[in-house]
Design a binder for this molecule. Structure first.
Ligand SMILES: *[C@@H]1O[C@H](CO)[C@@H](O)[C@H](O)[C@H]1NC(C)=O
Ligand SMILES: *[C@@H]1O[C@H](CO)[C@@H](O)[C@H](O)[C@H]1NC(C)=O
Ligand SMILES: *[C@@H]1O[C@H](CO)[C@@H](O)[C@H](O)[C@H]1NC(C)=O
Length: 460
């Protein structure tokens, strides 16, 4: 049923004897897995890299608290108003719906007044630490696309660690440390994401930005996905092409934004003063009104649809791939090793479809070509060959945009956008940098020629 819709749109784009089509006006974030095109052989499918839309992932998670009985209200208890130790007439009672604060309330719709929130028991057992783990599990790899935002109803904790797992909770890595005093709490120098750069973007930092107790109005803690994206895509993420190019070529970067589980480790509640007021321990507790996690199912660029069925997220795989993340080739489609789709060339990417196994069919279908034949495109469609939209591809350092696909870099530069000094990449930058760079054949260009399978180097 989708296909007919796509057909009518794509009929407008059809060009004769060309695999590539004019680009949609808006930067399409890989939202089609295939289109029908016309060639000498008639109508055929053209396959492209594709991914599901980014969405609110809190609808699909399971939440687990440790210790399991840490939620307030069983038995009922009285707690004090935030910041006022003498206003202790608030009550938490798990058996009365209006007075209960179960974990689900972290994920319900906010915007009503008063806001609904999860709340822990109070710090009655001081000086024994009041610690809570909140584990969010998707049972599916997901890619984060926006900041994780945690809104506290209490003061923000004095110490907290955000952790992530990539293997369904078997192993955990810290994602970010939060403290009023990083040195004291974690023996780390305080940093902000803004202190990082393209080269240090994967560093795990401790931040003091979000940990002041009652003294400020703000109740929010961020894990800054967008600021990290911005090191590649620019301040307002206008150059997503650059980000996608980097994600494509740097597995570590891709993995950094990929999780199966998140864990919020609350280590010390907001105290707001130097000393804990032992006479009013009902002042100290954790309360969270909202957690935002936006992302998309990781489908290895082989699906645009991710279904939630039986409390399970699964990619609806195309390109004859299969598995929850489209991580392998279907039976009888193992004619070449599985590989993820690629964001390159920009903007349509490469599907890297699975092809029929040699034994099951004589000749593999013709249109599983990995990359379009750019040199033939130039010849057959000269007008399109030099179409370049610098909104899509901001080549740097004098690089020129080729076909909206690649930046052609001056000899001394390399990288998707010519953003890197070549000697820097080789670790050989000296005072006469640039001069010792090889005269031609930048890595990007070599890659291109290799994938095209043309023996003669492309001349531009
Ligand atoms: C929270 O999880 C960590 C491991 O990530 C574990 O060491 C710690 O004991 C847990 N804390 C609680 C209160 O369950
Ligand atoms: C996958 O296989 C089916 C036949 O089972 C075929 O019709 C389809 O075109 C194939 N898709 C791709 C992307 O190769
Ligand atoms: C690419 O196109 C050129 C010009 O039409 C042709 O000579 C060449 O054989 C093609 N290469 C491949 C790999 O199809």
């Amino acid at each position: 049923m989708y296909l007919s819709r796509f057909l009518s749109i794509h009929a407008l784009w059809v060009t004769v004897s060309s695999v590539m089509q004019p680009y949609p006006l808006v930067w399409g974030h890989y939202d089609l897995c295939k289109t029908q095109i016309y060639t000498e052989e008639g109508k055929v499918w053209d396959y492209m890299a594709c991914q599901p839309e980014s969405t609110d992932m809190t609808k699909y998670l399971k939440v687990k608290l440790d210790p399991p009985d840490i939620t307030c209200g069983d038995p009922p208890e009285t707690f004090c108003a935030m910041g006022n130790p003498y206003m202790c007439n608030n009550e938490c009672d798990a058996s009365t719906p209006e007075l209960a604060h179960p974990p689900e309330l972290m994920f319900d719709f906010e915007g009503r007044h008063p806001s609904t929130f999860w709340q822990s028991a109070t710090w009655k057992e001081y000086p024994k630490p009041l610690q809570v783990n909140i584990t969010l599990s998707w049972s599916k790899t997901i890619e984060l696309t926006d900041n994780i935002v945690i809104t506290f109803e209490s003061g923000r904790p004095d110490q907290m660690i955000l952790e992530k797992s990539l293997d369904y909770g078997r192993t955990w890595q810290p994602y970010q440390y939060y403290a009023t005093d990083c040195l004291d709490a974690f023996h780390m120098d305080p940093k902000s994401v803004k202190d990082l750069s393209q080269h240090t973007v994967l560093e795990i930092i401790c931040t003091e930005e979000y940990s002041t107790g009652y003294t400020t109005n703000s109740k929010i803690i961020h894990f800054e996905i967008k600021d990290r994206f911005a090191f590649f895509a620019g301040p307002r993420l206008r150059n997503m092409a650059s980000l996608y190019g980097q994600l494509d070529t740097t597995k570590k970067l891709r993995d950094f934004f990929t999780v199966t589980d998140l864990r919020i480790r609350l280590l010390r509640p907001a105290v707001g003063e130097i000393f804990v007021d032992e006479l009013h321990l009902a002042r100290y507790f954790y309360a969270i009104s909202d957690i935002k996690v936006r992302g998309r199912c990781k489908c290895n660029l082989h699906a645009t649809v991710c279904v939630y069925d039986n409390s399970k997220l699964t990619c609806e795989c195309e390109h004859n791939t299969t598995g929850p993340d489209c991580g392998k080739c279907k039976k009888n489609y193992q004619g070449r090793p599985w590989s993820p789709g690629s964001y390159l060339p920009i903007p349509k990417g490469t599907a890297n479809t699975c092809i029929p196994s040699i034994s099951s069919i004589g000749n593999p279908p013709k249109f599983n070509r990995i990359w379009p034949n750019i040199s033939s495109l130039e010849v057959s469609n000269p007008k399109q060959a030099n179409v370049c939209d610098n909104e899509l591809l901001h080549c740097q350092n004098g690089g020129t945009c080729h076909n909206n696909v690649r930046c052609l870099c001056p000899a001394a530069y390399t990288g998707i956008l010519c953003e890197k000094l070549r000697c820097e990449e080789a670790g050989s930058c000296g005072s006469d940098s640039g001069q010792d760079a090889p005269p031609h054949g930048s890595p990007a260009l070599l890659l291109l020629t290799t994938l095209l399978g043309t023996a003669s180097p492309l001349v531009f």
